[in-house]
Each structure stands twice: as C-alpha cells, then as structure tokens.
Ligand binder design. Structure first.
Ligand code: SF4
Length: 203
C-alpha cells in the first residue's frame, strides 16, 4: 500500500504542519541535509504539495486540545505558500482557539514582491524568523539565498510584521555563530524590540 505524505507531525507537544519542500535559502545547517525527517518524524519529503483541504483534514484528524500550539514549519519555507497557510491558520482558529506560530526565513515579502506583513494579522500569534547571523555577507555565505538583499529584506520584514502579530522572535543556531556575532544579534533584536532565541543545531 502506498504510504501517505506526512503533512502533520508532533514535536514536544506541538502540532507541526509541513506544507512545502521549496525554500528560498539553502542553509548549510539545514536539517534536510541530515535525513528525511525531523525530531523522529516520518519522511517529510512531499511527493506533491498538499492542498488546503488535505492540510485541514490532517490537522483536524488530531485532537487540538492536546497540543500547546500549531507550528507551520517545513521541510521548506512555509511562507512560499502564503495564501494557503493564512487560510489554513484562520480556519483552525475559527474551530479551535489555539496559538499558531510560523517558523520562517523571513523572505515572505522578498519572495512575493509586495508587502506581505498585513496578511499575517489574525492568522499567526507568533512569527519566528531565522536571523542566523548579524552580517549580510555571512548570511549569503551560510544560507545561500535565492533572493536579493536577503538579510536586509528579512530584517525589514521582521520590523514590519511586528505591527500585525502579537509576538515576533529572531532565532540563531548557537553552533554557527561566534560570541561576538551573538552579541551583535542581541543588539539587532533589541533594536527591533523582539526576543532573540538561541537554539541548538538539530543534527
Ligand atoms: S531556511 Fe530553513 S528550510 Fe530553508 S534551507 Fe534554511 S534551514 Fe532549510
């Protein structure tokens, strides 16, 4: 029997949603370079991108009361499918009052070519953006972005989306950053008035 695509998977009491394998980066520390899944999930490589209906069916096949939050994450960059994830997030919230987060590289506006920040309002409670490094040059070296001015665009998006969602987080992977760079990341986060999350490398 053909195995079903993994559209939802559980991580630390949260329900994660996998909507695409496409990404505007090709980070050297990307979890996708080390295997097929994340945190013990089945393979997160999709044979095709799931439809809105398939995503909702997968989400509502779970008892949402048993999760701390819903997380749009990947195996890829979820904001590439912005219309779909905004609709799905709002449908979920209509049915059940649960916190919804998106883990993103912050390229939403760069990729789509218009100011996407207002669309996040009412869909996401938290936007967690991978800062990775304080340096635009270093960002290009380790993330290999496929969009122009990726680092500046990501920071501009972080500043803009803050107007529309209750919580914005910047994140860095501690194994890929020096102490001086980390200090600079804290300064950037402070200047934007957001929290900096320092996370472990997922091997
Ligand atoms: S932005 Fe995320 S999904 Fe995309 S390559 Fe980097 S780590 Fe992987």
């Amino acid at each position: 029997m053909k195995k079903e695509m993994t559209i939802t998977y559980i991580v630390d009491g949260a329900l994660y949603i996998n909507v695409t394998n496409r990404c505007t980066n090709n980070c050297e520390f990307c979890i996708r370079k080390n295997g097929d899944g994340a945190y013990g999930s089945d393979s997160l490589w999709l044979e095709r991108e799931p439809t809105e209906r398939e995503i909702l069916d997968s989400v509502f096949s779970h008892d949402l009361a048993s999760f701390s939050e819903i997380v749009f994450c990947g195996y890829g960059e979820p904001s590439i499918r912005l219309d779909t994830i905004v609709t799905v997030a709002k449908r979920i919230k209509e049915k059940y009052p649960i916190r919804v987060r998106i883990n993103t590289n912050g390229h939403s506006t760069l990729y789509h070519g218009y100011d996407t920040a207002p669309l996040y309002e009412g869909a996401f409670d938290c936007v967690s953006i991978s800062l990775n490094t304080p340096s635009p040059e270093r960002y290009d070296e380790i993330c290999h972005p496929r969009v122009e001015s990726a680092h500046a665009g990501m920071l501009a998006f972080a500043s803009e989306v803050k107007k529309y969602v209750p919580e914005v987080i910047l994140s860095v992977v501690k194994d890929f950053i020096t102490a001086d760079e980390l200090e600079e990341c804290h300064r950037i986060a402070d200047s934007l008035g957001v929290y900096l999350k320092v996370r472990d490398y997922i091997s």
